[in-house]
Design a protein. Sequence first.
Length: 664
Amino acid sequence: MTMNYLKFNLFTLIAVVLNVLLFSTCRKESEPVLTVDPTILTFSADDSVRKVVTVETDAKSWNYFIDAKGSWIVPEKDNVNNRLYLSVQSYTDTENPRNATVTVSAGKASPVDITVIQEKKQYSLSASPTSLSYSSSESGEKSISITTDAATWEATSDAEWITLEKKQAEKTLIVSAKANSQITSRSGEITITAGNAPSFKISVSQGPAPITLTVSQTSLSFTASETGSKTVTVTTNATAWDATTSASWLSIEKNNNIITVKAAQNTSTSTRNAEIRVTATGIETVRTISVSQTPETLSINPTSIVFDHNETSTRNVTVTTTASSWNHSTPPSWLTLTKTNNNTLSVKPSQNTAAAVRSADITITAGNAPSVTLKVTQNGNVTFSVIPTSLSFTATETIVKTVNVTTNASSWSATKPSSATWLTISQNNSILRVNPNSQNTSTTARSTTITVSAPGANDITIPVTQAGAVPQPIAYIYNYQATSITLHNNSGYGSSWTGKVTPVNASTPYISFSSWGGSSRTVYCDYRNGKYWLDITTPVLIDSDGDVGYLCWGTVNLSNGTISVYPGVNYEVYYNPTTRVLDFSGTYNGLPVYITIIPKSSTTGQWLTDYYYFNEYRNLKIELTTTSLAPELSSDENSKSTISNFDENNNDAVKIERKTVTNQ
């Protein structure tokens, strides 16, 4: 720049000298014309555009000169087109602009100045997005990207509910919003600055909070005479709220956020209900409060009292009511009533010397509650007895027996269970007549109880029994014969016991019992290996009373003979399936029972009756063994003779007889 400047000045000096010489030697000419356009050029700090200045003159040539302040101006002269191109260097000053003058001259024409201005450095600044929107409850972070050529930047907010977090290096601004509890929307503005760049504005908006409405209680209950108030708290963010009711018996009052509810006294006998509606401005939701009021109530405990004829003590009745007071009706002369406190009624009778029962109904009232009745009863001075106090009949008795009933009561009655159909009772003045209406054919006694009652006296019970029938005895004596016969009992005791007994023959070395007591079973008994065997594990007859009898015992291998049936003593044999025992022991009509085992001669075939009284066994039992069902005999011997006296390996027959010994 300096060399050009010197060259420019030297040329200018030479030109001036030549012009003077020419002027002095030549004739005088007119002055030349010089115009320059534009005469003012403005550049930005980073402007790199070359700008054109047009020079017009009638001089033979033109030139330019840049003053000392214009070292930052870059000129370029175009003589062909008479143009001067000017550009500038980059400018970093952010405080002040700079300027310089370029002077264009042409011959004797007046020079023209071109003012060149370069503006100060101006930073750029932008952000994205340019606006943010939050819902009322939204508080999450949102980010804004900052774009600027300044070294640093800043951000501020004009709203306290907006929180900013600046991340300088990342050129990011984090924005958070507090929840909006107001029912109106709100807005704020974030201002971002960077150097001398124009500030950048970002708008922030937040929607309104939804309108809410709640009540602390959704139901209220009043008693009939309750006059106090109840309160309900209303919580809402609405600008206004209201509470209404259509029930005339309810009054409501608003105070800040409290509803005070009062109910008039309920004079009806039924519960009444109402509703309070709570509404708020800007919301369609309606909160309802159900209100109920019960009628006045009244109850007593107990509801009845019974006094003995000579009782004069006091008894208390508890009165419970929601009414403010209660009262009772006037009692009869023999009864005294006293209200001892707000909820107790004392009841006291005088002594009842009459035989008749007396009673009174005391009516208790309270407000408009339904009245209740207290039943008070006092027994009469009743005498009551029966003679005899029990009755018994034999099995065959159907005669009438009488019971004398003595009482001063106005009446008396007698009853028996409906199940005692075998007994007839009737009344005649002070006589109770009792008789069985049939004989008792069962061996089991039957009994019942007659209840005799009289007003004001305790019931008297009279036990009545009828003995069981004594069955006709029956006995079994087993001989043998070659043909099958039918055995049956001839006592009429219980159900009919019948069945077939088939003796042994050449092909069947045993006795069989079939069709006994209606059973389809066939029972076999034989003599094997020196023991009596019973091929049976179940009873062959069961009588009507459930007693179990076994018809096969003490038999041996018979070859010929007869089987006879003799009437005698009926004594049943019982089998215990747990212990596997046939039990002949016991008594008949209180006397011990004996079993007699009688052998039969192998030569004559006759029963050895001389053993009849020497082989009697008391409490005889036949026990079946577990493995072979072979019976084992056991008894209390009445003599030294035992079953071992017999030759068990021959064909002697053995007879087992059940009999009652009357003189032992």
